[in-house]
Design a protein around this ligand. Structure first.
Ligand SMILES: *Cc1c(COP(=O)(O)O)cnc(C)c1O
Length: 378
């Protein structure tokens, strides 16, 4: 098998693609209609199919996940402070700052690295208008506690659900929680439309606003009511999304098998920590995060050794957002010690649909063998 060969690099992820003929077939109607973007037929079909698949009442599509999050925040009409976590992709905090809002960083918990709901309330001030929790690695936040806290303090809750496509809690689509949830369909995600994103929400009266915000704030032939942007998903993206949607269940199933193998090999090894599994969740196996905490080798050494074997894991997320260059003078990484600690110890291992099971074994062998070589007892 080609990809299993030692010489071929194994990257942390590899985009799933439908059979080429399937996509080419989808292009023909685009040529016939010459309708390339601006809410065309595929855009509308994709939207309806996604609502059903994701089990959410309302949904709007966007050119990418980041734009979806920026516009979800704009639609909520927020001001002042927004509580979020620094253990995420840059997009989460950037979307808050680019809306003219002030991020306030809450630490994460040590079990699944989502927002620490025990700390959350202590950060709420009279200036707080919203909470932006992250379903990091597809690990669902404590949505019930967050809802209760949000309601009690009259705060909007907007989830960064970029990692949580297709996930369910107790059989209900994860996008049903909060005022809105942003999903990313970037090429590197579990499910993609090349680039793309969506916001799921429950309040149907927001539908026109989302549509208008992604279309320059235009509300009529001669009226522009909002300072909107260009956030539209085009027909080529929607066609790719529709193709991939046909195969996504199988893709998640394959990822699940690989993730289970990682778990089987690494769970219970001293100094290696895997995320707590939530039996209430239908998982998408988006990532395989492993925390090296008291292992014979540190995260950076494991990263280097894997690289020597042509295997490219990712320090995801490192550094934490509150120690980025662009935020350096505004925040202190020490304020979120758990996030700071985990970001130095975590490595996401390669996980994608076409990764051979033998590759997972080889990666685990390297990790376990190099641990022994470092002078351990086992
Ligand atoms: C991918 C991602 C985003 C941004 O999505 P894009 O579609 O790449 O713009 C936001 N937040 C998180 C946590 C992500 O992983």
């Amino acid at each position: 098998m080609m990809r299993g060969k030692t010489e071929d690099p194994i990257l942390v992820t590899r985009s799933s693609l439908p059979p080429l003929e399937e996509y080419v077939e989808m292009l023909k109607p685009i040529w016939e209609s010459a309708w390339l973007t601006n809410m065309g037929a595929y855009h509308e079909e994709f939207k309806e199919k996604l609502k059903e698949y994701m089990d959410v009442p309302c949904l709007e599509l966007f050119v990418n996940g980041h734009m979806a999050l920026e516009l979800a925040l704009q639609a909520m009409n927020l001001e002042g402070e927004v509580i979020t976590t620094p253990f995420s992709f840059s997009s989460t905090t950037h979307a808050i700052v680019r809306n003219g809002l002030t991020p306030v960083f809450c630490d994460i918990n040590r079990e699944d690295y989502t927002i620490d709901v025990e700390l959350l309330e202590s950060l709420i001030t009279e200036r707080t208008s919203a909470i932006v929790p992250v379903h990091v690695y597809g690990n669902l936040c404590d949505v019930e506690r967050i809802q209760e806290i949000g309601e009690r303090h009259h705060l909007k809750v907007i989830y960064d659900a970029a990692h949580a496509f297709g996930e369910e809690l107790d059989g209900r689509g994860v996008g049903q929680w909060g005022n809105a949830s942003m999903f990313s369909f970037h090429a590197t995600k579990v499910f993609h439309s090349i680039e793309g994103g969506a916001v799921a929400f429950g309040d149907k009266s927001l539908e026109p606003l989302f549509y208008q915000l992604k279309n320059f704030g235009i509300t009529g032939y001669e009226t522009v009511e909002y300072v909107g942007t260009n956030g539209k998903m085009n027909e080529f993206q929607a066609a790719m999304g529709l193709c991939n949607l046909r195969h996504v269940d199988r893709s998640i199933e394959k990822r699940g098998i690989l993730a289970a193998r990682y778990r089987e090999r690494l769970e219970g090894v001293e100094g290696i920590r895997l995320c707590r599994e939530n039996p209430r969740v239908r998982k998408n196996y988006a990532y395989m995060p492993v925390v090296f905490d008291g292992y014979r080798l540190g995260r950076d050494e494991i990263f280097r050794i894997l690289k020597e074997h042509n295997i490219y894991a990712r320090k995801y997320f490192y550094p934490c957002i509150n120690s980025y260059q662009c935020y350096r003078d505004r925040f202190r990484a020490e304020d979120t010690p758990v996030a700071a600690d985990i970001s130095k110890k975590v490595l996401t291992l390669p996980l994608y649909e076409d990764l051979p099971l033998e590759a997972v074994d080889r990666i685990c062998d390297i990790i376990l063998e190099s641990g022994k070589g470092a002078g351990g007892t086992e």
